[in-house]
Design a protein around this ligand. Sequence first.
Ligand code: B12
Length: 261
Amino acid sequence: MATSGDTELKVDIQPFRESLNSLGFEAFPLKIGWYNEVVSQAHQLQYSANTLALVVLSTPSMFEKVFLPFLQTGYCRGVRDPIDQCVSQTIKSCVSECLHDQSVDIMFDYEMLPSRKPKFLAQTAAHVAGAARYYRSSDVQDPPWGNKKMFGVCIHPRLGGWFAIRALLVLKGVEVGEVLQQVAPPDCVSSQEDRIELLQRFNLCWRDWTYRDIIPTEERYSAQQQEYFITPPDQRGELLKRWGFLTDAETETQISTSKHG
Ligand code: B12
């Protein structure tokens, strides 16, 4: 139960978290202030520091629990990106089911602002919520790549790199005080050598997905899920046809754009 120190306002986020869990997602609470404290001015979110938010991750089982049934229903026909559509539909329905009394702003990982900046920085949100530690170049002393720009990557303590960060939900007007304490994300890639290896894999050979296995994991993507995400987005319509979810005519209208799995 998240409560405000000063007012009577109470929001029980547990049913929402459990409902998403049963569908192969995880949701972690955070305060907007934790996020705004670390990002630059251009990426700040325009809510007060104590506003309650939730960052949502998809775990490997989301594919079998939600995505394959979604394909089965035929909802993917004519949809730009079936994964994004399915994730958005699932999260929105959990919000209306479990947080119906709240006014919730939902931002998805693939949504951009008119300035072309992402609506929220998924990795930073996951880190400050304690969900998955964000390893960046600055976490390595004297990196062998010198000043070369290297993208950072989040590693989840149980899932390694086998997950995606899908959305940030802001519970507008819900202010949380001391009751929500920040927890540091587990440092599961602690040695300098492993961090170097991780960042090199993520930047230099991300297509082989070995960065996802930087630590032993409890779950990983099934062979079918790997085949889906390895297929370039513009060829996923063909794949869905082969799997029997689309007909020839429907494949023509299928334009898949999402690269993030
Ligand atoms: C644009 C984008 C790309 C671009 C550019 C990448 C980049 N990082 O800029 C491109 C197309 C190259 C790309 C590629 C990939 N991407 Co991409 N991408 C994104 C996207 C949409 C936005 C990232 C972005 O613009 N960041 C802006 C920069 C400025 O942010 P930043 O470097 O983190 O800087 C901030 C932090 O440092 C923070 N900060 C400052 N101090 C501190 C201190 C602390 C402690 C913390 C926590 C933060 C912090 O402040 C800075 C901003 O002011 C995100 C989703 C999202 N909405 O966030 C996915 C995302 C980062 N991508 C992801 C992935 C998986 C990939 C790919 C592997 C593709 C794939 N097929 O799956 C490749 C691999 C990267 C590569 N080697 O090329 C995942 C990463 C998951 C993870 N485990 O970390 C994300 C989160 C998508 C998701 N849904 O999960 N991507």
